[in-house]
Design a protein around this ligand. Sequence first.
Ligand code: SF4
Length: 185
Amino acid sequence: MAGDRLGNLLERLGSLLHATQRGAAGAHGLQRVHLDVLGYLLRCNRYSDTPTAVGEYLGLTKGTVSQSLRVLEARGLLTREPDVHDGRVVRLRLTRRGRGTATRERDHAWERLRRGTPAQQRATLELGLERLLRALQAATGYRTFGLCRSCRFLRRREGGFQCGLTGDALSAPETGKICREHEAA
Ligand code: SF4
């Protein structure tokens, strides 16, 4: 069945990527989940850098998130800081080392995929997989965590952008980050 084939392919791709990421994490004395957390923090925006958002994005329990954050903090890869407006909220910040590790490992893993797939084919694949992901998220009620530039709240303003939800000004690079509050346009 076509559905089985798609499921099998996705499962195999997932296993392969996980195995690669496990190897990369092991080289740093870390587990795959630790690299996942660093990778998420590299890509998320300022509304999404909390332990809760990490758990939601990666589908992790509170306990696993806390444990992972403790390891990453002890290794000097991230810091926790109280939010400037609400001291009860903790913000996670990658240190320079954490950013370097996340960038290197992410580039390394995806570079192989990029090299193995022609641009046209990649664009078609991305579109198909994005639709599949959005359909699954809609069916399960999970947050989309999409790119800010594809959000229905994004407003274009003279000299930049604005988040229609928070009213905050956004820079162009920020519109390329993923967001916990994202809603598809
Ligand atoms: S416009 Fe949407 S994605 Fe961008 S910061 Fe606002 S809520 Fe998040």
